[in-house]
Design a protein around this ligand. Structure first.
Ligand code: TZP
Ligand code: MG
Length: 217
């Protein structure tokens, strides 16, 4: 499926928001203008993950925001999410595609050129690539690939790329300049005092970037 991944890709990580606050956080992100939202919930039980995903599904559906579930094809199916984001160790992409059908989005994490080149032969709609910069959000993450690593992958693959890892309001323009379709952010958004205003600013920077040469979308 040919999908356009919105340029700002917020991710709610359950380790940075209390369970009670996840719904409100999703609302703030969407009120700020986000067109896509992923729920990443390594710290929740399956039951909590499903309940939280149902809450976010309702909010995102009402606002027409794309909803992506991290890791879990079962939870994506049960909540009628728009798609799933899979890691290298999750359910294989081909099997996930069999379960989800062709109308759902599948994103796939990559961390180096080899993984990115492998990913383009799989039934995925976009790849994430990172970490670009150091990050505290993902503990088991690999060494940062920097803008140089990102540039190498951008030149090698046509598939939409979502850059991730240590991306902030301050450095996002440099990342977008490498020609990626989208930038994913967790802590930059979730630790902000006014999440909606943060989204407003991120979107304004992205739009500004789009006007300038060197950006694909
Ligand atoms: N995958 C690679 S880095 C990362 C993930 C999930 C964490 C990104 O979090 P942050 O807070 O935006 O650096
Ligand atoms: Mg995963």
């Amino acid at each position: 499926m040919q999908v356009l991944i919105p340029i700002i890709y917020p991710i709610i990580d359950s380790s940075l928001v209390t369970l009670d606050n996840i719904g409100k956080t999703a609302e703030a992100i969407i009120d700020g203008g986000a067109k896509i939202l992923q729920l990443r919930a390594k710290s929740l039980s399956s039951k909590e993950f499903l309940e939280t995903a149902l809450i976010i599904r309702k909010i995102t559906k009402d606002k027409g925001t794309v909803f992506i579930v991290n890791d879990r094809v079962d939870i994506a199916l049960l909540t009628d999410a728009d798609g799933v984001h899979l890691g290298q160790g999750d359910l294989p992409v081909k099997e996930a595609r069999r379960l989800l059908g062709n109308n759902k989005i599948i994103g796939y994490s990559t961390h180096n050129l080899r993984e990115a080149l492998e990913a383009v032969r799989l039934p995925v709609d976009y790849i994430s690539f990172g970490p670009i910069f150091p990050t505290k959000t993902k503990e088991d993450t690999q060494t940062p690939k920097g803008l140089k690593g990102l540039s190498e992958v951008r030149k090698a693959v046509e598939i939409p790329i979502v850059a991730i890892g240590g991306i902030t309001e301050t450095n996002m323009a440099h990342v977008l300049k490498e020609g990626v379709e989208s930038v994913a952010m967790i802590s930059e958004i979730l630790t902000s005092l006014d999440i909606s205003k943060k989204l407003n600013r991120l979107i304004a920077i992205a739009k500004d970037r789009l006007k300038t040469e060197g950006c694909r979308r």
